[in-house]
Design a protein around this ligand. Sequence first.
Ligand SMILES: Nc1ncnc2c1ncn2[C@@H]1O[C@H](COP(=O)(O)OP(=O)(O)OP(=O)(O)O)[C@@H](O)[C@H]1O
Ligand SMILES: [Mg+2]
Length: 243
Amino acid sequence: MENILAPAETRPAAPRLPAGPPVLQLRNIEKVYQTKTIETVALHQVNLTIGKGEFVSIMGPSGCGKSTLLSIMGLLDEPTSGEIELDGRPVQSYSDRELAALRNQKIGFVFQSYHLINDLSVLDNVELPLLYRPGVGGKERRERAYAALDKVGLSPRTSHFPGQLSGGQRQRVAIARALAGRPEIILADEPTGNLDSVMGEEILDLLLHLNREGTTIVMVTHDEQQALKTQRLIRFFDGSQVS
Ligand SMILES: Nc1ncnc2c1ncn2[C@@H]1O[C@H](COP(=O)(O)OP(=O)(O)OP(=O)(O)O)[C@@H](O)[C@H]1O
Ligand SMILES: [Mg+2]
């Protein structure tokens, strides 16, 4: 498989796909966290539409609700009120079983803190989400995991454990794990936040490449230069979209 971390000039340019129909729509989303001592309005009146094939970045100060927004978009958390539509269909109309399948198959998540399992090898970490995938047997699982690791340039590290990798390599494992599921949508929470600028550039190039291949991407970032390379930049402040 093509190594997409190779220098850009050695790779053929892929055409950028136009933004298609809405894949993800949020309407009047509110998220309130209630603890014993404090109520936090993490998201307030959020209305957002993500088109098929778009690459959207989300910026805003720490605590403004970016990770909360991504969790709600990825169906990992429920809003306190408001509506979410996936492919034009309200999420409430899906059964629990359909929702679990959507979460597992349609959406790939790259978490702010990698979420790798330290006792499992790189290969086993990448295979893990495919264990729950009906119709994907052991052989296909392994092939997909190898292909995804190859894509992020980590073929020589498949039998390492996460603790034996650099931060950038761990982040690439987390991306390979999302890729192995061949998701239509990637939600990436500060995928370059813990990396130096060179490695950060490489990860962004990887995401830009996946987007050119047709994957819809929503990325939280603190890096304005990176955000400007994506198709659309959304800014948040105190739980609300400000631009
Ligand atoms: N499980 C929770 N229980 C209570 N409050 C929470 C919970 N998760 C998040 N919050 C609060 O909700 C607000 C938004 O948090 P969130 O993690 O979405 O911010 P963020 O924009 O991702 O910040 P950062 O840039 O630091 O990652 C914060 O004030 C946070 O303290
Ligand atoms: Mg966050």
